[in-house]
Design a protein around this ligand. Structure first.
Ligand SMILES: [Zn+2]
Length: 277
């Protein structure tokens, strides 16, 4: 009886120790410069950018392969061209937040799907679903708004932050977790990246950051930042009352609309300047 109790105690201690170690090797980073919109939250990272980007590239390859197998990859050449032109204008604008970002290995593909969705994995691996383009009948400005939002998630390394949180939890909960080692298991990490990018909803905090940086990216690229407002309105109506899953934990529509209005107004001068070029 007593030995079982002490075994439990040791286990609890080990778990606590691992949690401490995890925290100790955790680095606090500033992933982006604040830009005109002033996003300046510091983030705790347990995993390195290099590790995460490598796994994200792997995860992206797998997703594209899956789409290709269903004959759903870049089926409509005009749609692909349209999306890539917008990406080409948005990517240079990322320099305002991260000087290194324009040189990332960006990729943009269109997946034929009824789903109203778009995402960008860490390192700039992006996908736009045809359902978003067709069902919402998006304008170029609106498409730039959604792509700017997704790119912002990548610039802020939200995927790395969320994967780090998942690892920290695993380390805190299980002694077995440490045996796997943090540097190992690119495949496992790729799976986590896929989950946090495509399947699991983002936190409100991440959404607000992506919204604000997104409007600035659009404005700097010469797209009307106010299109974010109509885009998210259309998105909210897409489910016919029930918002699409994509939106389920996004900020409440009223708060989001107000925030987008405020921040779109703030970056209007950037848009005016970009338009004159
Ligand atoms: Zn988002």
């Amino acid at each position: 009886m007593k030995s079982i109790q002490s075994l439990r105690a040791i286990r609890a201690l080990a778990a606590a120790l691992l949690a401490t170690l995890a925290l100790a090797s955790c680095e606090t980073v500033q992933t982006t410069q604040p830009g005109a919109v002033g996003v300046d939250r510091k983030q705790s990272m347990l995993l390195s950018s290099a590790e995460v980007d490598k796994s994200a590239a792997l995860a992206y390859q797998q997703e594209m392969k899956k789409a290709a197998a269903k004959n759903a990859l870049n089926r409509d050449a005009a749609q692909v061209a349209r999306v890539r032109v917008i990406a080409l204008r948005l990517v240079p604008a990322t320099a305002a937040f991260r000087p290194d970002a324009p040189r990332w290995a960006w990729e943009t593909n269109v997946i034929a799907s009824n789903e109203v969705n778009a995402w960008c994995m860490p390192g700039g691996k992006m996908a736009v679903y045809s359902g978003l383009i067709e069902k919402l009948k998006v304008t170029d400005d609106e498409l730039a708004a959604v792509m700017g939002h997704e790119i912002a998630h990548a610039l802020r390394e939200h995927g790395r932050e969320r994967a780090s949180q998942a690892y920290a939890q695993a380390l805190g909960l299980s002694v077995v977790g440490s045996a796997l080692g943090l540097g190992q298991g690119s495949m496992q990490l790729a799976q986590i990246i896929t989950e946090v990018t495509i399947n699991l909803p983002n936190s409100r905090e991440h959404e607000v950051e992506a919204d604000r940086i997104g409007v600035e990216l659009a404005a700097r690229a010469g797209y009307d930042p106010r299109a974010a407002i109509t885009l998210w309105q259309k998105m909210g109506q897409a489910g016919g009352g029930a918002p699409p899953q994509f939106l389920s934990t996004h900020p409440s529509p009223q708060n989001r609309q107000k925030d987008l209005e405020d921040f779109a107004a703030r970056v209007m001068p950037l848009y005016e300047t970009a338009r004159k070029r």
